[in-house]
Write a protein that binds this ligand. Structure first.
Ligand code: UT7
Length: 332
């Protein structure tokens, strides 16, 4: 028993842009086929923003939905954290743009950059402020417009990614509910496997970096695949052990949606039956930091997650990085 507040998800929301890009559309752009993409990734469609639409635009819609679902007004929010690999600009932080647009007049705000693990990291960081008694309500967002950093001439990557945003409101919940345990980690030695080479201090933007297509994501997919399956299994087992729970007790496994083969392989290694695994990568592709909160929102809407459900979330991605959390779903 502890006097520290327990922290849970009070409400959540998500948003994907309306435009859908199918595998058949991609067949017209690069040397690929619907059959190859389906069988190697499980992806059928992804949602992509129109020109001029930004990461903060998606984040704002998801945030307003999350606030409504939590019955919280924007003015009650103490802190906004946006996990993103594609901020609107390097400066100001996308979280500041969201703060202004939703009217979160009392909130401080910052972005958190750790690739596809961004949502889990932001969730864990946000939870610490509530746990410590420093803040009462935190808005945690995963939002991405990966289409803007995708090389639409590179068949190794352009078939994978999609745009979207998901958001949750964190706050105090009764004991025994909320976030039970977490596991965060990185292996920086694997950073080369998934990177956006130019635009930072190592290779500032120049005519040369643009000509060499260095402002687009580069990935050694096969190696990231192997890392992912191992990282998911190991991190999931650690986070369950920390909350003294077993795989058999997990009601809904919500992994980062990157590739259905990664999800299936890791669920099999963990011994989680398919009916307890949430999958929507077929419709959205890999939306990086947005994938877990979008999946959570859909799982709640589909009543795959309800009051008292034990939810296991595992993210992984660039860094290389991973992050997991177990959550006992809040009852109201
Ligand atoms: O968010 C976290 C980060 N990302 C990930 O989790 C992605 C992890 N990786 C993957 O999902 C998979 O590795 C990919 C889907 C990216 C690739 O699947 P794979 O089964 O690992 O294929 P591969 O990279 O080993 O390539 C197999 C073949 C190659 O041809 P050769 O060298 O065998 O002749 C590729 O050139 O498939 C070729 N290929 C394609 N063919 C048709 C690669 N991309 C395509 C494509 N269409 N789009």
């Amino acid at each position: 028993m502890t006097n520290l507040p327990t922290v849970g998800i009070l409400g959540l929301g998500s948003y994907v842009p309306p435009r859908i890009v199918t595998n058949f559309d991609l067949e017209k752009m690069v040397d690929t086929s619907d059959e190859w993409i389906r069988s190697r990734t499980g992806i059928l469609t992804r949602h992509v923003v129109d020109d001029g639409v930004t990461t903060s635009d998606l984040a704002v819609v998801a945030s307003l939905r999350a606030l409504e679902s939590a019955g919280t007004s924007a003015s009650e929010i103490d802190l906004i954290i946006v996990g993103t690999a594609v901020p609107d600009m390097t400066l100001p932080a996308t979280a500041c743009l969201v703060q202004d647009r939703i009217g979160a007049v009392s909130a401080s705000a910052f972005d958190l950059s750790i690739g596809c693990s961004g949502f889990i990291y932001a969730l864990v960081v946000g939870a610490q402020f509530v746990r410590a008694g420093a803040y009462k309500k935190i808005l945690v967002i995963g939002a991405e417009t990966l289409s803007k950093i995708t090389d639409w001439q590179d068949r190794n990557t352009c078939i994978l990614f999609g745009d979207g945003a998901g958001a949750v409101v964190l706050g105090e919940v009764p004991e025994e509910e909320g976030i039970l345990s977490f596991d965060l980690g990185v292996d920086g030695a694997g950073g080369e496997l998934l990177k956006l080479p130019a635009g930072g201090s190592r290779q500032p933007a120049s005519h040369e970096t643009v000509d060499n297509r260095l402002h687009y994501l580069k990935m050694r997919g096969n190696e990231v695949f192997k890392f992912a399956v191992k990282a998911i299994e190991e991190s999931a087992l650690r986070v369950l052990e920390r909350s003294r729970l077993t795989v058999a007790e997990v009601d809904c496994f919500v992994p980062h949606q990157a590739n259905v083969r990664i999800i299936d392989a890791s669920a099999k290694r963990l011994g989680i039956p398919r009916e307890r695994v949430f999958v929507n990568v077929d419709r959205y592709g890999n939306t990086s930091s947005a994938s877990i909160p979008i999946a959570l929102d859909e799982a709640v809407q589909e009543k795959r997650i309800g009051p008292g459900s034990l939810v296991l979330m595992v993210g992984f991605g660039g860094g290389l990085s991973w992050g997991s959390a177990t959550v006992r779903w809040h009852s109201s």
